[in-house]
Design a protein around this ligand. Structure first.
Ligand SMILES: CC(C)(COP(=O)(O)OP(=O)(O)OC[C@H]1O[C@@H](n2cnc3c(N)ncnc32)[C@H](O)[C@@H]1OP(=O)(O)O)[C@@H](O)C(=O)NCCC(=O)NCCS
Length: 113
């Protein structure tokens, strides 16, 4: 008999500006952000090779975006994976803002700190 697939657990870790995903208690990946006023700017998503290709990034990003909505914030998708996810999932269009050169410049400054 095969074991049932473990349910991924997504958490927001404010101190590290990221949402993490764990499988069976093991860290499997994260999506990182910085907040600019009421906008949560997502800039990098990563799933460890050992967990790749089973839809974990989609689970992680969906829960993160739902959390953004619940907090009354907006989404800015600098991360190409998040941008691609948003193209396929129009239900977040009402809380998504475009990436502007100003946002990229601001993000650069944030990440150099
Ligand atoms: C991209 C990444 C997070 C996907 O993780 P995953 O759990 O294997 O992904 P899923 O199984 O949920 O989804 C696979 C999807 O990711 C897409 N994808 C893979 N690499 C991508 C990239 N660099 N940019 C955008 N989308 C990407 C695939 O096209 C596929 O899309 P589909 O669902 O429309 O077919 C993972 O491959 C990774 O960590 N890559 C290295 C870091 C990286 O390039 N991050 C993205 C840019 S910040």
């Amino acid at each position: 008999m095969t074991e049932p697939a473990a349910t991924p657990v997504v958490r927001r870790v404010d101190a590290r500006h990221r949402y993490t995903v764990e499988v069976d208690g093991e860290p499997a990946g994260f999506t990182a952000y910085r907040d600019r006023d009421d906008r949560r700017v997502f800039f990098h998503t990563e799933i460890d090779d050992a967990f790749a290709g089973r839809g974990l990034a989609a689970v992680l990003v969906r829960e993160a975006l739902d959390d953004v909505r619940a907090a009354g914030l907006r989404i800015v998708p600098v991360c190409p994976y998040v941008a691609k996810f948003l193209k396929k999932h129009e239900e977040y269009a009402d809380i998504t803002d475009p990436v502007t050169p100003q946002t990229l410049e601001w993000l650069d400054g944030q990440l150099k700190r």
